[in-house]
Design a protein around this ligand. Structure first.
Ligand SMILES: Cc1cc2nc3c(=O)[nH]c(=O)nc-3n(C[C@H](O)[C@H](O)[C@H](O)COP(=O)(O)O)c2cc1C
Length: 212
């Protein structure tokens, strides 16, 4: 039997990665989504390719098919469905509001991308998709990464919150008594996807012990 077209299946997530520090948050998000059998459309901005290389010493292929193979091998996961897009492919399916999605997460999100989305300027596919999610009233979760924030950053983030985005900066918590950086990464990505009602991975939450 022919499988139903993508538009008739469970809608996909759009996962966008931009040129801010904290690329491991994007990598772990992608791994957990695929492990959970989710469909993911992945976009790395041009800046993300540069920061990824700076943070890991590894270059991510730009060609979408090569990039899909790269992630499958690196993340050691063969479940879920992954579609990679070039940052400048404004003709991609997800650039249209007619394509349904569960929502979009930008992690990590640079101040450049924050500013361009807030100004309604879509120079690449990440910004176009964010614009589409806002105009369609679909969930858009933004994990901005910069420190400290200047007044322009704060104003742009406020504009995005007013337009309906959920601003979820990757700020760790210590009440979970993390034992490693991996524990902190997991806490941050699980909390990020809480905003989309996606239970990404088991997490010890405050008050869990009350039930015992
Ligand atoms: C190693 C490295 C780390 C960076 N970290 C950040 C950051 O945490 N936040 C940020 O806003 N920009 C950061 N930048 C600058 C952005 O990558 C740069 O402004 C880029 O043009 C953003 O493009 P994009 O928003 O299209 O990804 C970093 C750049 C480099 C090379």
């Amino acid at each position: 039997m022919t499988p139903p077209p993508e538009s008739h299946r469970d809608p996909p997530y759009v996962l966008a990665v931009t040129g801010a520090s904290a690329q491991p948050l994007a990598e772990r998000s992608l791994q957990l989504l695929l492990r959970n059998g989710r469909q993911v459309h992945l976009i790395l901005s041009r800046g993300a390719h540069e920061v990824w290389t700076a943070e890991t010493g590894v270059s991510i292929p730009v060609d979408p098919e090569q990039q899909q193979r790269f992630w499958r091998e690196r993340l050691a996961v063969d479940t879920g469905a992954l579609t990679c897009h070039r940052w400048n492919n404004q003709a991609a399916s997800i650039a249209s509001g007619s394509v349904r999605t569960r929502g979009m997460v930008i992690v990590p999100c640079s101040m450049g991308t924050v500013g361009r989305i807030a100004a309604g300027v879509a120079t690449d596919l990440v910004e176009r998709c964010a614009d589409v999610h806002l105009k369609e009233g679909r969930p858009l979760v933004i994990a901005p990464r910069e420190m400290p924030w200047n007044l322009i950053h704060l104003r742009n983030l406020t504009t995005l919150a007013e337009a309906g985005a959920r601003i979820a900066p990757p700020i760790p918590a210590w009440y979970t008594q993390p034992k490693s950086l991996d524990d902190m990464v997991d806490f941050l990505v699980v909390r990020l996807f809480d905003g989309l009602n996606e239970d990404l991975a088991p997490l010890q939450r405050w008050g869990d012990s009350d039930a015992r």
